[in-house]
Write a protein that binds this ligand. Structure first.
Ligand SMILES: Nc1nc2c(c(=O)[nH]1)N[C@H]1C(S)=C(S)[C@@H](COP(=O)(O)O)O[C@H]1N2
Ligand SMILES: [Mo]
Length: 320
């Protein structure tokens, strides 16, 4: 909905459809500047912001968030052309083109399980649940590369408080869309689709955990997990489940796609830890995309002060 219904009806009565559509665009823009405009003597009092739906469209009302790193941000071109999104392809350069077939509207996210208020959210109401913040986070893939990404979203805890988990809820499971008509990669049994991931409830409630709708101030491009994904900057990238259709609160640790595929390589926690190597390679260093020399990987990806207390007393070699 671009402008108020009454204004729609009035202006549509006096103009052709194409003019009308142009005017709706004009009205939305002009109203943002002036607060009110007059069309053919009809005063349009207010205009709601248009719903941004396509990757690359500007997201309205984004404020600067907390936890931002001031490290150099990875160029948009790299963030959107070097992707792990196995539902489209296992190659990192292919999702950018292949994910164009993903339809992100209409889209719903079912929030269910051990909560007092289960609810199916339409993506546009989910987008408006809380103020959108820019969060510039480090992003560390388990394969040994990293980026710095200015995400847009709000703390996942805001959604948790809406649905009110039961006392018995101890974990959260995230599930990605699994549609072979839109996602060519799910025709291959690379993983046990749908892609699922999980967190302990306290991790999910940590303010760093970001329910993410955009990057660089714009709607997420499909290849980055549109229309909504989770981002967990202290964990390896694969924990950050893309294109989410279901969020389930549980009393047991959820099974995760990567843990099922290779349990000795990908644990439930998967916190970034330079001291615990992957069975097939070291995790001590990483290559920041765009840089030549490797840099040391930081404990919890540099978020130790924020998250370490959640793992106090745990053997991080055992709970990898
Ligand atoms: N559904 C789904 N989510 C996913 C993946 C995937 O293949 N499918 N890849 C993960 C991995 S391994 C990484 S590193 C990040 C990559 O996110 P980006 O492409 O936005 O950088 O997404 C994660 N989330
Ligand atoms: Mo990754």
């Amino acid at each position: 909905m671009l402008i108020k219904k009454t204004a729609d009806i009035r202006s549509s009565q006096v103009t052709s459809k194409s003019l009308y559509l142009d005017r709706r665009k004009f009205l939305a823009g002009a109203a943002t500047l002036a607060g009110a405009v007059a069309v053919g003597g009809v005063a349009c009092v207010s205009a709601a912001a248009p719903e941004p739906t396509q990757g690359g469209q500007k997201l309205p009302g984004v404020v600067k968030g907390q936890f931002n790193t001031d490290e150099k941000q990875t160029p948009y071109k790299d963030i959107t052309n070097y992707n792990n999104f196995y539902e489209f392809a296992t190659d990192k350069y292919e999702p950018a083109a292949l994910a164009k077939s993903l339809r992100t509207r209409p889209w719903t996210v079912k929030v269910e399980g051990m909560v007092q208020k289960p609810k199916t959210y339409d993506i546009d109401s989910l987008l408006k649940l809380a103020t959108l913040e820019e969060r510039v986070y480090r992003h560390r893939c388990v394969e040994g590369w990293s980026m710095v990404i200015p995400w847009v979203g709000y703390s996942f805890s805001k959604l948790i408080s809406q649905v009110q988990p039961l006392g018995s809820a101890k974990y959260v499971e995230f599930t990605t869309l699994n549609d072979p008509a839109q996602m060519p990669g799910v025709r291959y049994r690379v993983l046990d689709w749908p892609y699922t991931e999980g967190l302990r409830l306290d991790e999910a409630n940590h303010p760093l955990a970001l329910l993410t709708f955009g990057l660089y101030g714009e709607v997420l491009p499909n290849q980055d997990g549109a229309p909504v994904r989770i981002v967990l900057p202290w964990k390896y990238g694969f924990k950050s489940c893309k294109s989410i259709v279901r969020i389930r609160f549980m009393d047991k640790e959820p099974a995760t796609a990567w843990n099922k595929a290779a349990p000795n390589e990908y644990g439930f926690y998967s916190n970034v830890n330079p001291n615990v190597d992957h069975p097939r390679w070291s995790q001590a260093k990483e290559r920041r995309i765009g840089e030549f020399f490797k840099r040391p990987t930081l404990m919890f990806n540099g978020y130790r002060d924020q998250v370490a207390s959640m793992y106090a007393g745990m053997d991080l070699k055992k709970y990898y």
